[in-house]
Design a protein around this ligand. Structure first.
Ligand code: MN3
Length: 196
């Protein structure tokens, strides 16, 4: 079953002025689509390799599957993590878990922003739930295929690759993260936190 590019859950300009329409069109229609196509190619090549029992290129195609697969799945969460009615703060069990882990919502936001700003080069800052301990952490990934803490699930993903913000924010990634925080769909993050 081939992977498909999921449609955005809102219009391309719905997150203005925080995330601009042109960035959303390029980011979703070009960048994300490239990950979907790359993952499908990698999985087809791996299936072909299994069929032929020729794994001479397995390292290459597994790396491709990691790069494009991580890109596809993290972007899918990233779109749903945002909403035009976003911002504010979470409620319920997620709010309690954030306070328990980070001291306060304000401390969480401060650490999330500091972590995202400090990522070297391209990558992600992620709020993750450890499914073994049921606690939260903020983790960063340089690029994204290197994110390999297997017991965690990304539930809030902020793309800090330059293509996510450069047209509007240039080198001011911190301001972009501020904008992202204004459009977070906390109901979606709460739903992801509650799921196992
Ligand atoms: Mn991206």
């Amino acid at each position: 079953m081939a992977h498909e590019l999921p449609p955005l859950p809102y219009a391309y300009d719905a997150l203005e002025p925080h995330i601009d329409e042109q960035t959303m069109r390029l980011h979703h229609d070009k960048h994300h689509l490239a990950y979907v196509n790359g993952l499908n190619t990698a999985e087809a090549k791996l299936a072909e390799a299994r069929e032929k029992k020729d794994f001479s290129l397995v390292k290459h195609w597994e790396r491709e599957a990691a790069f494009h697969g991580a890109g596809h799945f993290l972007h899918t969460i990233f779109w749903e993590n945002m909403t035009p009615q976003g911002g504010g703060s979470p409620r319920g069990a997620l709010a309690d878990a954030i306070t328990s882990r980070f001291g306060s919502f304000e401390s969480f936001i401060a650490q999330f922003k500091a972590a995202g700003t400090a990522v070297e080069g391209s990558g992600w800052v992620l709020l993750v739930k450890n499914v073994m301990t049921n606690t939260l952490d903020i983790l960063t990934a340089e690029k994204h295929q290197d994110l390999s803490q297997w017991v965690t699930l990304p539930i809030l993903c902020c793309d800090v690759w330059e293509h996510a913000y450069y047209l509007k924010y240039q080198n001011n990634r911190a301001a972009y993260i501020d904008g992202f925080i204004q459009v977070i769909n906390w109901a979606d993050v709460e739903r992801r936190f509650a799921a196992r």
